[in-house]
Design a protein around this ligand. Structure first.
Ligand SMILES: [Fe+2]
Length: 529
């Protein structure tokens, strides 16, 4: 909850909030074996094309940089066909919503606002695809499609205000984060960025090339993942680019935050305020070297006090970072982004569970050499719950699953086919309505800095799959007693259709359900929330 009285940033100019209604859905992209150059019969040709593109992409970019933009636009428009990705009826609660022009008062409230509840605003950020749907493209290069996290960021705000007579008024407002790419596509009144994460290899490479040539970036600035506050300023963020300042009063979008010009790379959606100092610990993961850079921002948000390249030899899709009183906690898990893999015809993002995983303990201002790495069993984890020091140990807690939801479950060899494959054996339900492969449980590692040994195990059973954990932020970096997480209940969210395919299993994560109360039953110096 953000207090509306103290943390307002000077509001920015207002602009038109008009947004077209949801576009009609097409039948979705379909692969024709004769048109996709990634079909097995054309592998040698594909290999030649990709090798050539791999070697020449930089030269091509340089050679083509002077090509008139108009020509590129015509070339892309004539080569790529955009289609809306359809939603199954059971996914209708995940369909994009319209942007509303004014805040509206909420008159129907179930339950009661608790006594002592503070005035303020609750803001949620989430993917809300522009033009009514996620998009796919079809071209001579094959197909590519936006994955489920690629919708534009929309802020949803609930304002709680009290009158002089102590009665509450509650208002709701929403607004797209006005990113550069959103403004561009709105101005052109159509999707322009080619999907560049999932699809046929040649189509991915072509998307990289054309997006970069036309817009100077390979992906959209979606700003759809989180909202965080630092030094009294509030930012919307997605991990593929810089945070954008927002005004919590009217949800307007301000400038991108590059920390005084000192941070020129992606910025995690989950930076952490370090206990004690109030500094902001962040990191940026990139598909090209340096793959992972850690940053420490001053408590007043004006300076980048520390920046270090961890010199990783792979791009791990690290989504979260932990902090303790003295350390930064780094997750080096085998969910990787690899452009070379695309060149060989593989996926851009892949969970390489046959490889290695490590957890790094880095002194707050350490360097790559000062990180103590603990080798652990390969794991997939998007969100940490908390990290803290206890004697010689660092305790790391997070929600772990056997497989990755990014880019999406691989239940179909070809996602553009309408035929649904049978689930793999390890994807059978752990509990009715859930999938074993995407069943998230609370896991804890204990990293002993003295003996350099590590132990680990699950703290929750198979009753509930959990995601989106929260603790009271006052306990970040300290031992905590309680955590809260969302219960994944696909039966409720998808009307029992979860056996049908992939989308339901992906989208169940976003179901709004009561938070699950985890009492970890710890002893010691726990401060109860
Ligand atoms: Fe996240």
């Amino acid at each position: 909850m953000m207090k509306t009285s103290a943390s307002f940033h000077p509001c920015l100019s207002t602009s038109s909030r008009a947004h077209g209604r949801r576009a009609s859905m097409s039948a979705g992209a379909r692969t024709s074996p004769g048109t996709s150059i990634s079909s097995s019969s054309k592998k040698p040709f594909l290999g030649d094309v990709l090798r050539h593109l791999s070697l020449k992409i930089d030269q091509a970019s340089n050679a083509l940089k002077d090509v008139p933009q108009r020509f590129l636009d015509v070339l892309v428009d004539s080569t790529f066909q955009f289609t809306d990705q359809p939603l199954d009826p059971s996914e209708s609660n995940f369909a994009p919503v319209d942007e509303i022009s004014e805040a509206i008062e909420i008159h129907q409230i179930e339950g009661a606002i608790p006594e002592g509840f503070p005035e303020g605003v609750y803001i949620r950020n989430g993917s809300n695809p522009l033009f009514g749907a996620l998009h796919s493209t079809t071209s001579i290069f094959g197909q590519s499609r936006e994955i489920w996290v690629e919708g534009e960021g929309m802020l949803h705000a609930i304002y709680f205000t009290k009158s002089s007579s102590d009665s509450w008024s509650v208002h709701y407002a929403n607004r797209y984060v006005q990113s550069e790419s959103l403004r561009l596509e709105r101005a052109r009144q159509k999707p322009c960025f080619l999907p560049a994460i999932e699809g046929d290899s040649a189509a991915i490479i072509a998307a990289y090339l054309f997006n970069y040539l036309r817009f100077g970036k390979v992906n959209k600035d979606i700003s759809n993942t989180n909202v965080f506050e630092h030094a009294g300023r509030v930012f919307a963020v997605a991990e593929n680019h810089l945070p954008q300042e927002i005004c919590i009063d009217n949800l307007d979008t301000g400038a991108t935050w590059d920390i005084g010009g000192e941070w020129n790379r992606p910025f995690t959606a989950h930076p952490k305020v370090a206990p004690g100092s109030g500094e902001l610990v962040t990191f940026g993961t990139d598909a090209k070297r340096p793959f992972l850079v850690i940053g420490v921002v001053s408590a007043d948000g004006t300076k980048l006090k520390h920046r270090v390249d961890l010199k990783l030899d792979r791009c791990t899709l690290c989504h979260d970072i932990g902090v303790t009183l003295k350390y930064n906690i780094i997750l080096d898990a085998p969910l990787t982004i690899n452009i070379s893999r695309v060149m060989k015809g593989g996926p851009l993002i892949h969970y390489e569970k046959e490889t290695y995983a490590r957890i790094g303990v880095m002194p707050r201002y350490g360097d790559a050499e000062s990180v103590i790495w603990f080798n652990v069993e390969p794991f997939c984890m998007f969100h940490l719950v908390n990290c803290f020091e206890e004697g010689d140990e660092v305790v790391v807690q997070g929600l772990r699953s056997p497989d990755s939801l990014i880019p999406g479950p691989k239940l179909r060899l070809n996602k553009y086919d309408s035929i649904i494959s049978e689930p793999a054996e390890d994807d059978m339900p752990m509990k009715e309505g859930t999938s074993n492969g995407f069943f998230f449980r609370l896991y804890q590692w204990r990293l002993n800095l003295k003996t350099k040994t590590v132990s680990g195990g699950y703290l929750t059973g198979t009753e509930n799959s959990l995601e989106f954990p929260m603790i009271n932020n006052m306990y970040t970096g300290f031992q905590h007693s309680y955590a809260y997480a969302q219960v994944v209940d696909s039966l409720t969210s998808s009307s029992g259709n979860c056996e049908k395919g992939t989308a339901e299993k992906v989208n169940i994560i976003y179901t709004l359900l009561p938070y699950y109360h985890l009492n970890l039953g710890r002893k010691g110096n726990n401060r109860h929330i």
